[in-house]
Write a protein of this length. Structure first.
Length: 172
């Protein structure tokens, strides 16, 4: 399974692509950050995010897209920009018929490090170890996107199968 993961943001939107299967070694396919200038209007920034994500999808041909679930903090502007970038990623995936999964930050931390309260340094260290990298991808948004992709490879497929089984069982 190849997963393109998005750590959404307007200034920096982390993107990571990982390939693998549960119980097998994972491989990093690509990692980077989509950046938008802060002096542009939000609509123009979202258009830039959309265009870049479309290029990522074209180049990497993922089987699924995983996006960090937006959670509310104290800064409403940050939450709104993150939610808007997240929605753009969902639309890009939906346009191609790709399944989309949302994972919470604690779910990602727990999957990658074994601790749902791990700090960014712990998560980044585990990303390096799990993907057998020589250094931590920078900035942190890029490393976070890889952690999200790892989480989806390990947990997303099982969750999707469980949801499908429950749906089949509920049919008359």
């Amino acid at each position: 399974m190849r997963v393109l993961a998005v750590d959404p943001g307007l200034t920096r939107c982390g993107v990571g692509v990982v390939e693998g299967a549960p119980g097998r070694p994972l491989t990093m396919v690509a990692v980077g950050v989509v950046r938008t200038p802060t002096d542009l209007t939000i609509d123009r920034r979202l258009l830039l995010v959309e265009a870049e994500l479309e290029q990522w999808l074209d180049r990497t041909s993922p089987d699924a897209v995983a996006i960090e679930r937006v959670f509310s903090q104290h800064n409403v502007r940050t939450v709104m920009g993150t939610a808007q970038a997240s929605a753009v990623a969902m639309v890009c995936a939906a346009r191609r018929g790709l399944p989309v999964a949302l994972h919470t930050p604690s779910e990602v931390k727990a999957a990658v490090s074994g601790n749902g309260r791990a700090d960014k340094a712990q998560v980044a260290a585990m990303v390096v170890r799990l993907l057998r990298l020589t250094e931590t991808p920078k900035p942190a948004d890029a490393s976070d996107a890889l952690a999200l992709a790892i989480t989806h490879v390990w947990r997303g497929a099982a969750t999707s199968r469980l949801e499908a089984a429950v749906a089949r069982a509920a049919r008359p």
